[in-house]
Design a protein around this ligand. Sequence first.
Ligand code: ZN
Length: 95
Amino acid sequence: MYKSGKKFIKRVVLDSIARLVDESAKIYHTDKKLSRRYMEIAWKMVMRYKAKLPDGLKKKFCRKCLSPSILGETSEIKSGFYHCLVCGYRRKLKQ
Ligand SMILES: [Zn+2]
């Protein structure tokens, strides 16, 4: 019972993180502050539940400055590298 409960929590946590990251990117233009807040909440959940993010989700934000990744605006992906245009962070992407 406990084990399945734990699994359930993990799924709910990943769902919420994905939703927060999506929302954060959506409102980035209209409200940068709130967008950032969403990312902070999402990141706190990652830490708290030690959630393993799927690769697709990892690409959606910069883990250094926690900006949502909007291609061509806050981020670039060039020759296998993720490049954050906000803080300049570069990370190799798994192919
Ligand atoms: Zn960054």
